[in-house]
Design a protein around this ligand. Structure first.
Ligand code: CO
Length: 166
């Protein structure tokens, strides 16, 4: 199992780079480890930079089991949004309400390097938006409309992050 990076470590704020050579053994091994780490941590999703790799790969726990999204690109987000509860493995004990598009459409590559298309709605759409945000250095605390749990902790971490910048 890979170690999960916690906020405010800087890699969580970096934009991840596109993956080239999906069939390379090190990428293949990483993809498996990412999915395993997500499952072992009881996460609905996990982005590569949350395990210290600055590359555009996500693992998402779908109804059909763990699924990997390489170089995902959300090209459509529904105008209609809904608020839902989210947490994040990089923010233990923090939960908040976030507004996300109810439906999204995306292109991505699977672990065999094949280009795929997906229409997602509801929870899957929410998780995909949360995880693709990670690849751009965007975190759910940037979008929270109301904290459910852990607001004080987040404030503490944020001041720590500011102190680290200096
Ligand atoms: Co997250």
């Amino acid at each position: 199992m890979l170690e999960i990076v916690k906020y405010p470590q800087r890699i969580l704020r970096q934009k991840s780079r596109k993956v080239k050579g999906i069939l390379r053994p090190e990428i293949q091994a990483f993809v498996r480890e990412l999915a395993e780490t997500m499952l072992a941590s009881d996460g609905l999703g996990l982005a590569a930079n949350q395990v210290n790799q600055n590359i555009r790969i996500l693992a998402v726990n779908t109804k059909a089991g763990p699924q990997v999204f390489i170089n995902p690109f959300i090209y459509f987000r529904s105008f209609k949004r809904e608020a839902g509860e989210e947490g994040c493995l990089s923010f233990p004990g923090v939960f908040g309400l976030i507004k996300r598009s109810q439906r999204v459409r995306l292109f991505y590559c699977d672990e065999k390097g094949k280009i795929r298309h997906l229409k997602a709605s509801g929870l899957l759409a929410r998780v995909l938006q949360h995880e693709t945000d990670h690849l751009n250095g965007v975190l759910f605390i940037d979008k929270v409309v109301k904290y459910i749990k852990g607001e004080e902790q987040v404030k503490e971490w944020m001041s720590q992050a500011k102190a680290d910048e200096v």
